[in-house]
Design a protein around this ligand. Structure first.
Ligand SMILES: *[C@@H]1O[C@H](CO)[C@@H](O)[C@H](O)[C@H]1NC(C)=O
Length: 263
């Protein structure tokens, strides 16, 4: 096992997955032996977990957080155990420079690029830095290359582009992010959602509220087997076309928010 945060996460998901397997065995009438092993094992795991937390806390207290490059390499962006914040950046070059620094584990948990004058997200803006969450919010972004987050193809879980000036969004390019769970495109300038717009197996929440949407293409949300929340309030929808809100299969608790319809 190498030392990156992703593989540590893999380790914990393995631990969790193996306890669910035992649980499944339990519900299928496994022998009592199995139950005691399982209980003992979860107690062991719990202590194990406390120890890891304690050691991690001491580590951070004594050595500081070593996942970040030096402040000089990142300025005007800043970094801590939570992630990388480029709120102070004024140019694309400043952001590119920060993301070209050497990150010990190849990534950070979250990235914030908020309130900058950026108007475009090119493919190479975030370099090879992996992250689970990108909050690129309240800038003046009009165009986005869907490959901007491609180093995070496997890890990207939350993408928020809230409060920009996006009119044309690269819908089909988004399908490379196979673990994307939440997409926030709220308060932008989107007018149309194209046919077959989204194809993301794990996408659970899409926020499209506060745009200028007046047209939703056919089967726009059909290829989202795990969709549970679709927010479209405060748009300019007057009529829905055929198959606009067609769903093949979706989460059993799908909620669609359409009102108020118009600003
Ligand atoms: C975005 O553009 C507007 C109008 O040009 C400007 O007033 C505003 O300050 C810009 N926003 C940022 C975050 O730079």
């Amino acid at each position: 096992m190498n030392n990156s945060p992703m593989s540590r996460w893999d380790y914990w998901s393995d631990v969790l997955a193996s306890s669910t397997t035992n649980e499944r065995a339990l519900t299928h009438g496994a022998p009592v032996m199995m139950i005691t092993t399982f209980v003992n094992r979860s107690i062991d795991l719990r202590w194990h977990f406390y120890w890891i937390c304690l050691v991690a806390l001491l580590g951070v207290a004594v050595f500081g957080d070593d996942s970040c490059p030096t402040p000089e390499e990142l300025a005007p962006c800043t970094c801590d155990g939570e992630g990388l914040n480029c709120m102070g950046a004024r140019t694309l070059e400043e952001i590119k420079k920060a993301f070209n620094a050497k990150f010990k584990y190849g990534g950070v948990r979250s990235v914030w690029v908020q309130g900058t004058p950026l108007t475009h997200l090119p493919a190479d803006i975030f370099g090879n830095v992996k992250s689970q969450q990108f909050y690129v919010e309240v800038n003046n972004i009009t165009t986005i290359d869907a490959n901007a987050f491609s180093a995070s193809k496997k890890t990207l879980h939350t993408l928020s582009l809230f409060g920009n000036k996006i009119k044309d969004f690269p819908y089909s390019g988004l399908s490379i992010y196979e673990n994307l769970g939440t997409l926030n495109l709220g308060r932008n300038l989107i007018e149309t959602i194209p046919d077959n717009a989204f194809n993301n197996r794990n996408l659970y929440a899409i926020i499209l509220a506060q745009n200028k949407i007046s047209h939703i293409g056919m089967n726009a949300f059909s290829n989202l087997p795990n969709l549970g929340r679709l927010e479209m309030a405060l748009n300019q929808l007057v009529t829905l076309g055929p198959m606009s809100l067609a769903f093949k299969s979706h989460s059993s608790s799908l909620q669609v928010y359409l009102s108020p319809l118009v600003i």
